[in-house]
Design a protein around this ligand. Structure first.
Ligand code: CA2
Length: 146
């Protein structure tokens, strides 16, 4: 059975590539998945998921406890509000990398604080969707032992 990395995406990220390209770029979540898959070593797979609902994201994090070798998460605006997502991630034992497409620190001050960063082993912001590739590569390396 391959080791699976969960790539979780929060609210509004289904609109990636469809609106606000000046902030989030022109590529879609399908492009994110294709790019991330391209660099996967043998024996490592990924599941890219998106939801606009906090509870669904929490359910997937719970599922990851038994099913995922690592989590890459862009929690969207829940980054800045959700203690519940932080609590769920704190109940997960594997590596967690938080990704933001934009540089949240260059934006409004309410985006400067992240609850998720209190748990994340790594945080990437401002690299566009390349941030997902870097995060998946990092976790795949940890999993594959390379
Ligand atoms: O930079 C990021 O990745 C964010 O997590 C994106 C969130 C924002 O609330 C965070 O502060 C930073 C917003 C996601 C909205 O995604 C859209 C994508 C395309 C068009 C409209 C929204």
């Amino acid at each position: 059975m391959p080791a699976t990395i969960f790539v979780l995406n929060g609210p509004n990220l289904n609109l990636l590539g469809k609106r606000q390209p000046e902030i989030y770029g022109a590529e879609t979540l399908e492009d994110v998945e294709r790019r991330c898959r391209a660099g996967l070593p043998e024996g490592v797979d990924l599941r890219l998921l998106q939801s606009n609902h906090e509870g669904q994201l929490i359910d997937w994090i719970h599922e990851a406890r038994d099913a995922a070798a690592g989590i890459v998460i862009n929690p969207g605006a829940f980054t800045h509000t959700s203690i519940a997502i932080l609590d769920a991630l704190n109940a997960y034992d594997g590596p967690v990398i938080e990704v933001h497409i934009s540089n949240v620190h260059k934006r409004e001050s309410f985006r400067h604080h992240s609850y998720v960063s209190l748990r994340a082993d790594g945080v990437i912001a401002g690299l566009g969707i390349e941030g997902y590739e870097a995060a998946v590569r990092r976790i795949a390396g940890l999993v594959a032992g390379t």
